[in-house]
Design a protein around this ligand. Structure first.
Ligand SMILES: C[S@@+](CC[C@H](N)C(=O)[O-])C[C@H]1O[C@@H](n2cnc3c(N)ncnc32)[C@H](O)[C@@H]1O
Length: 267
């Protein structure tokens, strides 16, 4: 009886507010089913960069600890990639406060960071505080160039075949990730270049199928075996070398612990 009442309540709510359908369609359980239907043989795998020698010495700065901030471990991962693979040209889609750009800048020759222009954010009805926070940490860093535009329509030609690493962290809807990933393929300096996606996980352990669907649909099948979820972080990565990924073991006992010392910086 309770179930029938719930069903009628749900139907009534959906009829009253059809936008609620989007919540169902974007539910991770629904998207996981779609992922498994589209890629029935695919087993997601995990990479543990904190086992690399580069993980011995990490300094994450700046870090805002504010709404929407990436995890400390995401910036650590980007830094480690830049050091390990000697990245010279780093390009990212999605600047916001400039935290990711500022974190990698000391380790690369040049950073390009694209974001929707402030005028577009304004016309989208975003708050002045949100708009003003864009580029806060990256605006005065010499080797960072800010690019403005919508990644869907931006003229990418000047950056084609120039990038050692492309970080995709703009719009996280499946279709947008698919499109940005296809763009990133053309930006790679060579087939050895690295692709990183943010928010490919819901948290430090669980996959986020909304983003994973975009990634795997965009990349040709022969690249799928080199895509890894990143342990302790929210990223996924495409690496050219066939590292041995591990099977994902959700809610397993911790195998390592970190110690963080928090130091405040002038802003
Ligand atoms: C998650 S934030 C980026 C965070 C940043 N990478 C960091 O870690 O510090 C996403 C940003 O992407 C921008 N964005 C969303 N859709 C975009 C698009 N189609 N083209 C360019 N930028 C976009 C948003 O304005 C927002 O500032």
């Amino acid at each position: 009886m309770q179930k029938i009442i719930k069903l009628f309540k749900a139907i009534w709510l959906l009829l009253k507010r059809p936008a609620l359908f989007n919540l169902i369609l974007k539910d991770e359980e629904v998207l996981r089913n779609e992922f498994e239907k589209v890629f029935p043989a695919l087993k997601l795998q995990e990479l543990d960069p904190f086992a690399w020698t580069e993980a011995q010495e990490l300094n994450i700065a700046p870090y805002a600890f504010l709404s929407g901030s990436s995890m400390v471990t995401d910036f650590a991962f980007l830094q480690m990639l830049c050091r390990k693979y000697k990245v010279e040209t780093y390009l990212e889609i999605g600047t916001w406060r400039g935290e990711s750009a500022a974190n990698v800048a000391p380790f690369v020759k040049e950073v390009f960071s694209l974001n929707l222009p402030d005028s577009t954010l304004r016309s989208m009805g975003q708050s002045p505080n949100y708009i003003d926070s864009h580029r806060f940490f990256s605006k005065d860093i010499k080797n960072i160039t800010h690019l403005f535009g919508d990644s869907a329509t931006f003229d990418w030609q000047p950056y084609a075949h120039k990038c050692d690493l492309v970080f995709i962290d703009g719009d996280h809807a499946t279709e947008a990730v698919l499109r940005d990933t296809q763009t990133a393929l053309g930006l790679r300096k060579s087939s050895d270049s690295i692709l990183v996606w943010h928010d490919a996980k819901q948290d430090a352990e669980y996959p986020r199928y909304e983003v994973l669907l975009g990634i795997f649909k965009a990349l040709p099948a022969h690249m799928h075996s080199n895509i890894y979820l990143v342990k302790h972080a929210l990223c996924a990565v495409y690496l050219p070398d066939a590292l041995i990924g591990q099977a994902i073991d959700l809610n397993a006992l911790p195998k390592r612990a970190f110690e963080l010392r928090l130091t405040q910086k002038e802003v």
